[in-house]
Design a protein around this ligand. Structure first.
Ligand code: BG6
Length: 489
């Protein structure tokens, strides 16, 4: 198995899921700061205002804001050559539309980037990982308002200029297609739309009960495409050597049966959920199927005909395609098929696959298949897997050890699949696992859904001293990186 010599190995996190310090050094509120935790059967709760004494997981998260030196040192000990993290927009522009950036917020990321560089770790920065400043959501309804595009460009050019000589790899929006795939996450996390009636509620409400207007969500997604393309254009003016990528949540789709109707429906869902966003961002235009697909869903597609936007999309194509891969699921027209118990992603159960305790189906071969699909769809574009991981309950033994062989086995099979795809000829430049350190789950807000090679002593009831310890998988991943993916035993 031959991974390329300079293959990037590492892990990925998001600011809101690990930093904590939610109001420190001038930071403003951001969307996840307004959410309570849930679990696999209970959606998260949205609170229009913060209530004292209530436990909001992002407010302390895993306290990385104060512990980043220890954490980066642990990443370095595993041999990371790349660390993907996000910048929390509301640290830089606390209200989203401030005239000047917040110097203390910038300074935190100066330090984090320098710490990575000190250890020979290449930073890969996500500019917007479900972290729109809450003030933008309140004042402008997020990306539904085109003014937010300008606010985003001001924010990203501030980042590009600040770190133009230190950071080469950037991603614009995390999982941009989540806006189409998952109503609640797409609406609030993704494009930051919340209707006035929900903002003015007296009491908190379940995340999935927030009002959703599909037309607005899809138009806001279009505005994100324009924002992303403009970011690529501006970024390349600031440093032509920047590698600026997109990021897609690729949930791979299989027809549940050989019924041709299932095949057709699978193609439709694949086009809508997986292909549309990638095509716009890599090829610079909506794909041939987009208009009809949207119109069949009752969407007025007039926004697709804006000539100025078309030009921006054409000029702002990404330098590399990145995606998250956790699972696959099945598609069928049979309404009685057994559904996956995951309200966000949905789909039908695959009888050949096992699933995590959160219902996410484990499918390493699907990763190889997906990499090959993407390589043939975008033959001139390097690919990178920037999230892949296994959320699980971990048990701490009396001696403090954590024997997470289930996690090792998940990664072993997925890294094997990566190697097979590379051998197939796929141009894969790197791999960052999701959650190299335990953090707050985006979907459920839980700590108990643990992804890390590094355990964090913090729990869903708000107890725990945030101390870090190495799981068995820590030593295993270290070996994998040291052997450039050869030694998976
Ligand atoms: C991706 C997101 O969807 O999956 C991450 O980019 C998220 O932010 C990860 O944490 C895992 O999902 P979850 O819901 O288990 O945290």
């Amino acid at each position: 198995m031959a991974f390329p010599k300079n293959f990037l190995w590492g892990g990925a996190t998001a600011a809101n899921q690990c930093e904590g310090a939610y109001l420190e050094d001038g930071k403003g509120l951001s969307v996840p700061d307004m959410l309570l935790g849930g679990d696999v059967n209970t959606p998260r709760t949205f609170c229009p205002t913060i209530t004292e004494g209530v436990f909001y997981p992002s407010h302390d998260a895993i306290d990385m804001y104060h512990r980043y030196k220890e954490d980066v040192a642990l990443f370095a000990e595993m041999g990371f050559t790349c660390y993907r993290f996000s910048i929390n927009w509301s640290r830089i522009f606390p209200n989203g539309d401030d005239a000047q950036p917040n110097e203390a917020g910038l300074k935190f990321y100066d330090n984090l980037i320098d710490e990575c560089k000190k250890h020979g770790i290449e930073p890969l920065i996500t500019l917007c990982h479900y972290e729109i400043p809450f003030e933008i959501v309140k004042k402008y309804h997020g990306f539904y308002n085109r003014k937010t595009i300008d606010l985003f460009i001001k924010y990203v050019t501030t980042c590009f200029n600040r770190w133009k000589d230190k950071v080469k790899y950037w991603l614009t929006f995390n999982e941009i297609n989540m806006t189409i795939m998952a109503k609640s996450i797409g609406n609030l996390y993704g494009v930051g739309i919340i209707q006035d009636e929900d903002l003015n509620r007296d009491a908190p409400c379940k995340f999935n009960e927030l009002k959703d207007v599909l037309q607005e969500r899809i138009q806001a997604l279009h505005n994100e495409f324009v924002a992303s393309a403009r970011a690529v254009i501006e970024g390349h003016k600031i440093n032509p050597d920047f590698m600026i990528g997109n990021m897609i949540c690729h949930v791979t789709k299989y027809p549940l049966t050989p019924n041709p109707k299932d095949m057709l429906e699978t193609q439709r869902i694949d086009h809508l959920f997986n292909d549309l966003c990638g095509d716009v961002q890599v090829r610079g235009a909506y794909p041939y199927f987009a208009k009809k697909l949207y119109q069949d869903m009752g969407i007025d597609t007039a926004f697709m005909d804006n000539e100025e936007d078309k030009k921006i999309l054409r000029e702002g194509t990404v330098d590399f395609y990145t995606f998250s891969y956790y699972m696959s699921n099945c598609v069928t027209v049979d309404e009685n098929a057994v559904a996956i118990n995951d309200s966000m992603i949905g789909g039908a159960k695959n009888p050949y696959l096992k699933a995590s305790d959160w219902g996410w189906q484990i499918d390493p071969d699907g990763l190889r298949w997906t990499l090959n699909k993407l390589a043939s769809r975008y033959p001139d574009t390097p690919l990178m897997v920037v999230e892949n991981g296994f959320g699980a309950f971990d048990k701490v033994e009396d001696d403090g050890a954590i024997h997470d062989d289930y996690r090792i086995s998940y990664f072993r099979e997925h890294i094997r699949a990566l190697g097979e795809a590379v051998n197939d000829g796929v141009n894969l430049i790197g791999y960052t696992t999701w959650g190299p350190i335990d953090l707050v789950s985006a979907g459920t807000g839980q700590y108990a859904k643990r992804y890390g090679f590094i355990y964090v002593n913090r729990h869903d009831d708000g107890t725990g001293d945030f101390s870090r310890s190495r799981k068995d998988s820590f030593f295993w991943y270290k070996k994998v990186i040291a052997s450039n993916g050869e030694d998976l035993d």
